[in-house]
Ligand binder design. Sequence first.
Ligand SMILES: NC(=O)c1ccc[n+]([C@@H]2O[C@H](COP(=O)([O-])OP(=O)(O)OC[C@H]3O[C@@H](n4cnc5c(N)ncnc54)[C@H](OP(=O)(O)O)[C@@H]3O)[C@@H](O)[C@H]2O)c1
Length: 334
Amino acid sequence: MHAVQLTAHSLSAFQSTELPDPQASYGEVLVRMRAATLNYADVAVATGAFPGATFPMVPVADGAGEIAALGAGVSGWAVGDRVVPHFMPGWQDGPMTPRKVAAMRGISLPGSLADYVAVPAHSLVALPAHLDFVQGAALPIAATTAWNAVRSASLRPGSVILLLGTGGVSIFALQFAKASGATVILASSSDAKLERARQLGADHLINYRATPAWDAEVLKLTDGRGVDLVVETVGEATIARSLNATAMGGTVFTVGILTGTAASIDLLPVIVKGLRIVGNSTGSVADLAEATRAIAAHRIVPVIDRVFGIADTSAAYTELSAGGRHFGKLAIVH
Ligand SMILES: NC(=O)c1ccc[n+]([C@@H]2O[C@H](COP(=O)([O-])OP(=O)(O)OC[C@H]3O[C@@H](n4cnc5c(N)ncnc54)[C@H](OP(=O)(O)O)[C@@H]3O)[C@@H](O)[C@H]2O)c1
């Protein structure tokens, strides 16, 4: 089969190659991969910021395809079914444990840039009928994370959520929040991106370059109350303002480290406002299945900014690592 392998810690160390076709063992299915989408974690693996990869390896955690063969002992799936394999096949449901999250596709297990992958049948979620393979490939990391964010604060009509930037997680969170009836405040560096967010339903828009004290603007927009939920995708540069922009009893759902991990924060607002700072590391297969049910029910369409051919894998990684050029997700097709 054809595959792309990452051969070293570099955004240009991708090599097109031929590998033996994998076989589906007991309890596994063979998936003909059709598309992949990139996450910051893939870039971190390629640059060495995320440990655990040994070279050469087939990269990219997220993908979608169709079942090509069933291993022994598999029931409930058929050849031709369109599926999304979760990237942490060992995390079926419930809270994380070190054992459940030990193996990750695109890091310690073969990822999505190969014609075929053999994965446990219990790690699959069916692709909703209204989505194509590229859109489906966006679900495992970004949609699951955004879903867990929105659930963590039990968003409902009248809730207010703050989203930072227009990357993959923020845009899925925007879509889930609007489906929950919540009001969305979204901050971006670009007026053009803010306009695209408005078209997706964002209620209040802030350009964080033009308005560096965006937390004060959020407080103004909420009559001084603050938001019920911030999806913290940025990290070190924004966490203090995120805490300031959150209402009493609100949740700061902390997932991102785009600007670094070493934050210095004032604990007073955390204590006085009784804030919940919730750390999150994506989610389980059950979380992906729930997110996918919500996507099917609300006919949410993942936002794909650009699609690269597999021969342009290096360009796709470079585009994501540039930061801030895309809106939603970047995809790679086979
Ligand atoms: N822990 C988890 O469960 C989990 C899961 C998925 C992702 N993540 C992490 O979450 C982060 C975001 O992931 P992603 O896939 O959504 O990234 P992404 O698609 O690369 O989006 C990044 C966006 O963040 C915005 N941004 C950058 N600096 C900002 C700042 N100072 N203030 C406000 N916005 C800023 C930019 O939006 P504009 O261009 O609009 O300004 C940029 O496009 C990454 O660190 C990723 O590793 C964590």
